[in-house]
Design a protein around this ligand. Structure first.
Ligand code: AMP
Ligand code: ZN
Length: 462
């Protein structure tokens, strides 16, 4: 079955055709590791995980690359201000290197909690300085950059189609520029290499043909995607904010060097908002996955919340919506757990699911279909097999879940003990009364050859 993906380069749905038969190249812009990821950032990585799983579900082998931006991302997108890593170092008193390591580890842990599949390749900007210098040298050799007193800049006026991805109105930007662009020739020109200021020593800096300094933010993605994929690969992703600057500039670099726009398909996740405002790391006021966990939610409730909104629509976060997702997750887990194994995947539902997810990742419909399966009149065993099949893409890992005995409240445990006693005494009336009391607390009791167990009743959040 065809997979349709929305490509932001062409601004339309396109049938996915891989460049190579054997593998699909997927490059996703990774985190800037000067602070924890917020749940908005994680929404973008969840979207990318849904994409990867959909491709894999269709039988593709995905070569997935995610970079770690640990140098060069300046506080201002206009290429001035401090490096975010050095600013983070000042904020916390730790070295820029230690900060990068700490937040990289934290980021990977968040991804694991959300069941985001690990890329085959993680690559750090600071491990690829030589590749970035070589890339800049190639751009220079082709005459697309110039040097100023503080760095090497890409000359965007040399490319007629600069800004096409974002449909930038270049004349408008030039005419409307209010900020001082310093020695830059055009407002849209951007740094390839920044020279360290003479009066201060940076923690992260390297020698280069242009002076001691550090790479601009965009060059790492051009250099590392060319190294680990090819200068022309299948799909490039990021959040929607990357369209007008970061991705536009990656494309300019590759056009200059290789005459490619990097990727055949450009896909972007829309933002998570809070109270209709965007959540940003630099504002310092944001929700982490740990905040969600501290409030008593399962991280996968957040995954489910993200599954329920299409990646090309903005999602407004609210605690009520998360609570509803948690209730849905509990119900799904309970129902799944209660059904017997040994069934087979229902073909009709499987085809419908594939159709939905292949329509530009329509996961909200895919999820709705899981509920439809539960309500349908196919056998419980077939329901379980069919939902297990869907879960390869949903990633809720329903089969791993079990009600934990330790989660039972003391009150329920005490009633269970009393009931065990009354059954041992063959006092069936008392046993039934205790069962009712346990039920009234929202728990079901099951008697089996091995003894007695209680678990939260499906649909009851405890
Ligand atoms: P950063 O760590 O700031 O470089 O961002 C990491 C990723 O998160 C990028 O792909 C951004 O586009 C994306 N992103 C940033 N803010 C949000 C948000 N509020 N909602 C969704 N994605 C976001
Ligand atoms: Zn990037």
């Amino acid at each position: 079955m065809d997979i349709l993906l929305y490509d932001n380069w062409e601004r339309q749905l396109r049938t996915f055709t891989p460049i190579h038969k054997e593998w699909v190249g997927l490059y996703c812009c990774g985190p800037t590791v000067y602070d924890y990821a917020h749940i908005g950032n994680l929404r973008t990585y969840l979207f990318e995980d849904f994409l990867r799983r959909t491709l894999e579900f269709n039988g593709h082998h995905v070569r997935h690359v995610v970079n770690i931006t640990d140098v060069g991302h300046l506080v201002s997108d206009a290429d001035d201000g401090e490096d975010k890593m050095e600013a983070g170092s000042r904020r916390t008193g730790e070295s820029a290197w230690d900060i990068a390591e700490k937040y990289t580890v934290a980021f990977k842990a968040d991804c694991a909690l959300l069941h985001i599949r690990e890329p085959q390749i993680w690559c750090k900007a600071t491990d690829h300085i030589a590749e970035q210098i070589a890339f800049i040298a190639a751009i220079e050799a082709k005459g697309f950059c110039y040097q100023t007193s503080d760095g090497v800049y890409f000359d965007t006026s040399k490319q007629d189609d600069y800004g096409y991805l974002a449909r930038l109105n270049r004349a408008g930007i030039e005419a409307g520029k209010r900020v001082d662009i310093g020695e830059k020739r055009n407002a849209t020109d951007f740094a390839l290499w920044k020279i360290s200021p003479k009066d201060s020593q940076r923690q992260m800096e390297w020698d280069s043909p242009w002076g001691r300094g550090f790479p601009g933010w965009h060059i790492e993605c051009s250099a590392m995607s060319a190294k680990y994929l090819e200068p022309w690969f299948d799909i490039h992703c990021g959040g929607e904010d990357h369209i007008p600057i970061h991705h536009t500039n990656e494309i300019a670099q590759n056009q200059a060097c290789y005459n490619t726009r990097l990727a055949n398909y450009w896909m972007h996740g829309y933002f998570l908002q809070i109270d209709a405002g965007k959540m940003s790391k630099s504002s310092g006021d944001f929700l982490r996955l740990q905040t969600v966990i501290d409030q008593g939610y399962d991280p996968l409730a957040y995954r489910l919340l993200c599954l329920s909104a299409h990646y090309r629509s903005q999602l407004n976060f609210s605690w009520d919506a998360l609570k509803a997702a948690q209730t849905g997750l509990n119900r799904l887990r309970e129902s799944y757990f209660a059904m017997p194994a040994g069934g087979s995947v229902n073909e009709e539902f499987a085809q419908r699911f594939l159709h939905e997810i292949n329509q530009d990742l329509n996961l909200p419909k895919g999820l709705a279909l899981a509920w439809e399966v539960l309500k349908s009149d196919i056998s419980d065993a077939d329901k379980k097999a069919t939902i297990t099949h869907f879960d390869l893409v949903l990633g809720l890992e329903l089969a791993q879940w079990q009600p934990k005995a330790a989660e039972l409240p003391a009150e329920v445990i005490a009633l269970m003990e009393q009931r065990k006693q009354s059954r041992a005494n063959k006092n069936w009336a008392e046993s039934d009364r205790l069962r009712n009391e346990i039920n009234a607390l929202g728990y079901d009791v099951e008697d089996s050859a091995g003894g007695m167990s209680a678990k939260p009743r499906a649909g009851v959040s405890v």
